[in-house]
Structure formats: C-alpha cells, structure tokens
Design a protein around this ligand. Structure first.
Ligand SMILES: Cc1cc2nc3c(=O)[nH]c(=O)nc-3n(C[C@H](O)[C@H](O)[C@H](O)COP(=O)(O)O)c2cc1C
Length: 411
C-alpha cells in the first residue's frame, strides 16, 4: 500500500506546537550530569548535534523531580531551588535548527540502585525481582499520603521550571517500571486506599499529576505522557489497561501519548519480554499503538526498534502520528538528514545478546551511553565498540559517579 503520510511532513500538536517532521528523538538518560546533577558542556554539545541533525522533536533523557531519588548517579535533577541557567543553555542548544525540545520528567520509585543510598519509594513494599541481581536495587517502602502529595508537587514544580527555562514542553514518564508505572501495575501496587485496587485508583496518581501540571503551565506549553502499552509481565499492567488509560487521558488536554513497554524486570523496550510474548522485530509496540490509536483522538507516538526509514514511514501510516527513535540516534545523531538524502540508509547500532538478560540489558545501555559521551565530547560514534568493554567502563564510571553523588547529596 502506498504511504500517504510523509514522515518529513510537519505535524501540529493540540497545544498548537508545530513539529517540523514526525521523527522524535526518544529519551535516553545521558548520565552526563555534573556533580550538582546539572546539565553541562557535554549535554550542550550532544543536544546541539541532535538539533542540527534534522530531527523534528527531541525528548531529553529523564530529568528527576527529586535529587534524592535518582535513576542513576550521572542523572540530572530540576527542583524548586535548582540553578536554572544550565537548563536555559540546554533549551537553547536543543532548539537550534527549529527542533522542538521536550523535557522528560521522572521519579524512579523503587528503581533506585541500592548503592546510591537514595529514597526508595513505591506504592507498596514490593522489591524488584531480578533473580541473582535483585540486590542491585534498594528495598522500597510503601508511600505515605504526605509522600504522594510531595511527589505530585515535585512534578508540578519541575514542569513550571522547564517552562521558565525555555523548553517547549514536558513529558511525564509513566512507563518502564518507574514510580507512576509502579502505581499503574497490580504487581507493585497492593494498596487498599484510593491509590490502589481497580485501574481507576491505580491511574489516579498519573491523572492528578497531569491535572495539576496542566493548571500550573500555560496552555501552549506541551504536556505529554510516556506509557507502557503493557508491562509484559503476567498479572501486570496490560494492553486493556493501557487502552482504558489512554481513553481517559484524551480528556486531560495532553499533546500526545508515547507508547513503549516493559521495565527492568521485563525489558520489552529492548525487544525482550518476561512473559514470553513476542514483539514485532522492528517497531516493537506498533501492533498495540495502532490498536490504541483507533480508540483516541490523542496523537500517538510509538518508540522501540526503529532504525529504517521504511519502518518509520510504516508507523506513521498505521495509526500513530509520531515515531520515537532512541538508540539509533546515539549511533547516527543526524539520522533524519541522512534519511532525507538516502531513503535506504540503515542506522547501524551495536547490540549484544548474552544469556544473562540483566547483564545484556546493562551492556546494551552502556554501549549506547558511551556513544552519547563521544558525541558530547565532539567525537564520532563508534559502531564496532565491544559490549564487555563498554559494560566494564560503564561500571567503573558509575562507581565513581556514585561516590560523587553520595558525597554531594547531603549538601
Ligand atoms: C541508554 C538508554 C537510556 C534510556 N533512557 C531513557 C529515559 O531516560 N527515559 C525513557 O523513557 N526511556 C529511556 N530509554 C528507552 C528509550 O527511550 C526507548 O524506549 C528504547 O530504547 C527503545 O527504543 P530504541 O529501540 O529506538 O532504542 C533509554 C534507552 C537507552 C538505550
């Protein structure tokens, strides 16, 4: 069937924000925050490279709403009293060449590495189960009502400050097993109060955060959500839940919903599931995204497994309006310009497939973040990097960053 929608055509979001094309650089935590957990020169260079490479929209790596609850030691946090100047610079660099820049905002909940000695919160006290690697993460405590209110206020504060810094919008991270996804999933949310039980209650935190963020920012500031199409765990948040949530989201004035899937326990976003369900080889979540796109007027984006232009084109002709691409942009930062010159161009990425799924996942993340560091330092990405070597360097680097984080966090 001929393609009707052109990937390179512009798209206007409900807020009125026009994107110059339908390709979106999806979030990748860069691990390049400085000792104060602020963006710095490597981040500026990386985002300048991306914005100059032709992509319409750039989602930042997740920015934490609480510097005491971080997804990683090189992360970035934006709180009420954080120095805004580096964020203003970040916004400037990411918006060069007419690209739109959206800050992804997140709270990790229980997905906090134990050695970071941070706050480990969750709806209930259910720890991650990664078999022999479970000890990598802290033991969560069930959140009190005050802690829930604090988290809601933090999402609002970070959104307001992203607006003040010049970002075009925020994307609330409700996927990949982080705090909001922990509330959504019956496997991690065992509460009996208004925040747990039926899906109406499990989704309450997400809805309240969106409502309060929308009230606090101007209507032209883009607010969106990243949601799992499913957790891909038996008994977890599933496709019917996602469909129900998206239907409700269409009443909250969002700009788009990005559909992904999985978590540390079931790394579907890397194409592997824990419940044995097979994903599409390319555009992993397209089947679910296309189904969900049918039941909503909200623009839908799907991310995962997209490296070729024909696949990206197929996505925007199957229901979703936007295509999210993450790792390919680490190996080819000017992917959109490349595709415009050569429609057959395939982004070569390096992926390892070891027997140990947790180690494999960490190595693949390390392979990608090592490219982000190279670009941040003005070097070309490397497609022949070794997985073991990248993992080793990453572990050494993270150890040093963790020490730095612990030393600075009490200041
Ligand atoms: C190094 C790395 C860091 C990531 N960080 C984030 C993040 O901060 N927020 C997020 O929503 N997803 C994050 N992801 C997941 C990607 O956004 C995306 O959903 C996933 O990689 C699948 O897309 P891809 O096949 O195009 O890479 C990350 C992925 C990688 C490889």
């Amino acid at each position: 069937m001929p393609n009707r929608v052109d990937l390179f055509s512009s798209f206007t979001l409900p807020s009125g924000l026009t994107l110059k094309n339908r390709a979106v650089k999806a979030s990748m935590e860069e691990g390049l925050g400085n000792g104060q957990q602020l963006p710095d020169s490597e981040i500026f260079k990386l985002y300048q490279t991306w914005s100059e490479g032709g992509v319409g929209t750039i989602l930042t790596g997740n920015v934490m709403v609480d510097r005491l609850a971080m997804t990683g030691p090189g992360g970035i946090a934006l709180e009420h009293n954080t120095d805004l100047r580096p964020f203003v610079e970040w916004a400037h660099k990411g918006k060069l060449n007419g690209a739109r820049l959206i800050m992804q905002i997140n709270h990790p909940g229980r997905q906090v590495f134990a050695n970071m000695e941070g706050k480990v919160l969750s709806p209930s006290d259910v720890a991650l189960d990664l078999g022999k690697h479970s000890k990598l993460f802290g033991q969560p405590k069930a959140m009190t009502e005050e802690e829930i209110t604090d988290v809601i206020n933090r999402f609002v504060t970070t959104s307001k400050r992203a607006y003040d810094a010049g970002f075009d919008g925020v994307e609330i991270h409700a996927a990949h097993g982080y705090l909001i996804a922990q509330f959504l999933s019956p496997l991690t949310n065992k509460r009996h109060d208004k925040w747990g039980g039926e899906i109406e209650n499990r989704a309450r935190l997400l809805f309240v955060i969106i409502e309060q963020v929308k009230e606090a920012v101007p209507s032209h500031f883009s607010v969106s959500v990243k949601l799992n199409s499913a957790d891909f765990q038996r008994g977890g948040f599933d496709v019917d839940d996602a469909e129900w949530v998206v239907k409700k989201l269409s009443m909250l004035g969002l700009d788009f919903v990005e559909l992904s899937g999985g978590s540390y326990e079931s790394p579907a976003m890397q194409g592997k599931t824990a419940d044995g369900r097979t994903l599409q080889r390319e555009a992993y979540f397209l089947e679910f995204a296309a189904k969900i796109a049918k039941v909503t007027d909200l623009p839908i984006m799907t991310t995962g497994g997209i490296k070729r232009l024909p696949v990206a084109r197929h996505v925007v002709n199957s229901g979703p309006q936007l295509v999210g691409i993450a790792s390919a942009f680490a190996f080819v930062p000017n992917l959109v310009d490349r595709w415009q010159l050569d429609s057959q161009f395939v982004a070569q990425t390096k992926v390892v497939r070891w027997h140990d799924k947790t180690l494999s996942g960490l190595a693949n993340m390390a392979l990608v973040t090592s490219q982000l560091r190279r670009i941040g330092n003005g070097k070309k990405p490397k497609t022949n990097a070794s997985g073991i070597w990248a993992l080793l360097i990453d572990q050494i680097r993270k150890r040093a960053l963790t020490k730095r984080y612990i030393a600075n966090k009490s200041e």
